[in-house]
Write a protein that binds this ligand. Structure first.
Ligand SMILES: Nc1ncnc2c1ncn2[C@@H]1O[C@H](COP(=O)(O)OP(=O)(O)OP(=O)(O)O)[C@@H](O)[C@H]1O
Ligand SMILES: [Mg+2]
Length: 258
């Protein structure tokens, strides 16, 4: 067992946003979290990363409550990957990647050894961003930025990747590319991957274990067959979907019946 969430309740000010969340996530799992806007997906990832404090219950990572880890030791175990990284930062892609090792330190204090530079080059090649290293962050496309953000997380080399809506701004080809990449990191590097998405088609294509959040609670959890159901989607998203099968995978196509 790697992550255990017990009876979790999270409030912002006087409003409850997560309730009765109980979850067990194993090492090497590939988990998709789906649910409508405001259902608590980001809050759940941030609570696991100890960026948001629970009002009740707890998150255990390898048997130890997450708030008992120091920020530095927690950052070695998990990385919350925020796709809404500000492009306003006056840094180059290379400079951003160099902060990966010391996420909470000043860029000017970082000592860069040859081994780390080699690692940056290797990962930049894998993610096809090697030609972008000298560019500033406001000079790359959304798809490239997602790959840069994932490259930085790979350099941090955590056990657990918490990835918040990595496909939000991407066209179809890059949505598949990013999901393929996350799956590859999951399989080849044996990393636990927890990914949120709004995209029901991607959920069908890539889902292994899916968690459906609704109004701050887990409405359903399990495999594609169990969670991606017409009735459930109608109840939660208030839309009609058509269930189709492609290569034995169930895919939900949203349709507008009006
Ligand atoms: N910092 C905050 N302060 C107060 N309320 C917040 C804060 N962040 C989120 N909320 C509220 O908590 C609820 C859950 O938000 P959260 O961002 O976790 O949902 P989400 O499922 O990630 O939504 P989305 O799909 O839009 O990203 C929402 O009602 C939101 O308005
Ligand atoms: Mg969110």
């Amino acid at each position: 067992m790697m992550i255990k969430i017990e009876d979790l309740e999270v409030w912002y000010d006087s409003i409850p946003v997560l309730r009765d969340v109980r979850l067990e996530i194993n090492r090497g799992d590939f988990i998709l979290i789906i649910g409508p806007n405001g259902s608590g997906k980001t809050t759940l990832l941030k609570t696991i990363a100890n960026l948001v404090k629970p009002k009740k219950g707890a998150v255990y990572i390898d048997g130890k409550e997450s708030n008992r880890y120091s920020p530095r030791s927690l950052s070695k175990i998990l990385s919350y990957i925020d796709p809404h990284l500000s492009r306003e930062m006056p840094t180059t892609v290379l400079e951003l990647l160099m902060t990966a090792r010391y996420p909470r330190e000043d860029l000017f204090k970082i000592k860069v050894d040859k081994e780390f530079i080699n690692k940056i080059n290797e990962i930049a090649k894998t993610l096809r961003i090697e030609d972008l290293l000298e560019r500033r962050l406001d000079q790359v496309s959304s798809g490239e930025l997602q790959r840069i953000i994932i490259a930085r997380a790979l350099l941090q080399d955590p056990e657990i990747f918490l990835v918040d809506e990595p496909t939000a701004f991407l066209d179809l080809k890059y949505r598949f590319e990013i999901m393929d990449l996350l799956k590859k990191i999951n399989r080849e590097y044996m990393k636990t991957m927890i990914v949120t998405t709004h995209d029901l088609i991607l959920a069908g294509l890539y889902g292994e274990k899916i968690i459906l959040l609704y109004k701050g609670m887990i409405r359903a959890a399990g495999d594609v067959e169990k969670v991606l159901k017409k009735d459930l989607v109608k109840e939660v998203y208030e839309i009609d979907v058509e269930e189709i099968y492609v290569n034995n995978r169930k895919i939900l196509i949203p349709i507008n019946m009006k």
